[in-house]
Design a protein around this ligand. Structure first.
Ligand SMILES: *Cc1c(COP(=O)(O)O)cnc(C)c1O
Length: 362
């Protein structure tokens, strides 16, 4: 397998340091993008080729481009953090690269070699390293690798042309002014993913399909939707873009990867970080009724959601059609916050990287 080297064609008109600093002072999430992007093409017969780092800018696509009609698209999300010595490191990029291959396989797309995925991310972070926020806080540079089907035509088939792109966006602290618990709508009718479907692939279609439920949740005063399994409508799976953890005193439990859940890198990391801190951690099944009953009995002490963007988000209130309750008094729980700090400390280089998770970029 050939690994394309990325040809550097940087912008001659990057933002000035003053303009960049003004953005970094209050970046929000996904609102601003760095000066560059990386693109790599794939064509049948030729494979991956033409890797380039170019100025960030619009794509020009024929209106009949396949992705615009049949949504053959996959994406990833990972972060680069400024380390105490001023260098930059990304968190477990190999995990994202492998998941990207899995998503590609599931959507009938070509699999980008793991080392090429990591090389593309590295090239962009190196070039736009001044966009990585200063060390210390929760701020980071969020990387968004994605791939689209670029063959022109309305025929429905796996295409013979694809485009892989990486863009980067500075991300502020997810919660400005302290970690704020979210409210959850437990959806007992709408589902996110089905057995044999694409729930374990990171594809835009899963998000498009979640927007109506998200709007319905918002109308009920909730921030996020928690989905149940599609067969029994009983087993808790995950949120639209985050995995879930249930805290039972000293033990944390996350729903087992059944094939309709997305295998989060944060989820996987927390199984380990919890053990490192002396908690028990396991994968298991939690039903919607058990969630409610264990909260009422006091056995279930905290609930939190996790994902790259927000790291860990405490769950404060939960609503289902027949009931409503609060978790840990509607406050961020103690175990939740300890795990959050511990994981963030590894990512920003404040504690030792025992598991070799940080990918240093010099
Ligand atoms: C991306 C994503 C997650 C979180 O995965 P991380 O690798 O931890 O960011 C969880 N659920 C869904 C549906 C996702 O798309």
């Amino acid at each position: 397998m050939t690994t394309p080297t990325i040809e550097l064609k940087p912008s001659s008109t990057p933002l000035s340091a003053a303009e960049r600093e003004a953005i970094l002072a209050n970046p929000g999430f996904g609102r601003h993008f760095t000066d560059h992007m990386v693109t790599i093409k794939w064509t049948e017969g030729r494979g991956w080729h033409d890797g380039q780092l170019v100025p960030y800018g619009p794509l020009s696509l024929d209106p009949a481009t396949n992705v615009l009609h049949y949504a053959q698209e996959i994406f990833e999300g990972l972060k680069a953090y400024r380390q105490p010595d001023g260098t930059v490191a990304t968190f477990r990029p190999d995990m994202n690269a492998k998941r990207f291959q899995h998503s590609a396989w599931r959507l009938g797309m070509p699999e980008l070699p793991v080392e090429t995925f990591v090389e593309a991310c590295d090239a962009l972070v190196q070039q736009d390293r001044d966009w990585v926020p200063a060390h210390g806080g929760e701020e980071s540079l969020y990387l968004r690798p994605f791939m689209i089907a670029t063959e022109v035509g309305l025929g429905v088939k796996p295409g013979n042309e694809y485009l892989f792109i990486v863009i980067a966006s500075p991300a502020g602290a997810y919660f400005s002014g302290g970690v704020k618990p979210v409210s959850i709508w437990l959806s007992e009718d709408r589902v996110r993913a089905v057995p044999g479907g694409v729930g374990d692939a990171k594809t835009g279609g899963n998000y498009a399909a979640s927007l109506l439920a998200q709007a319905e949740a918002a109308a009920k005063g909730c921030d996020q939707v928690a989905y149940l399994d599609a067969v029994e409508h009983k087993w808790v799976e995950e949120l639209g873009g985050m995995n879930l953890y249930f805290v039972y005193g000293n033990k944390i439990v996350t729903p087992t990867l059944t094939g309709s859940l997305l295998a989060g890198v944060t989820r996987d990391s927390l199984l380990q970080v919890a053990r490192d801190l002396g908690y028990e951690s396991e994968e298991g099944r939690v039903s919607i009724d058990q969630w409610q009953a264990d909260t009422e009995s006091g056995a279930l002490t905290e609930v939190f959601a996790c994902g790259t963007a927000a790291v860990i988000t405490p769950v404060g209130t939960v609503k289902r059609a027949s009931a409503e309750w609060t978790q840990s008094g509607g406050e961020a729980g103690e175990v939740t916050m300890r795990l959050r700090e511990a994981l963030l400390d590894i990512q920003r280089g404040k504690t030792a990287d025992q598991h070799g998770w940080m990918h240093k970029l010099g």
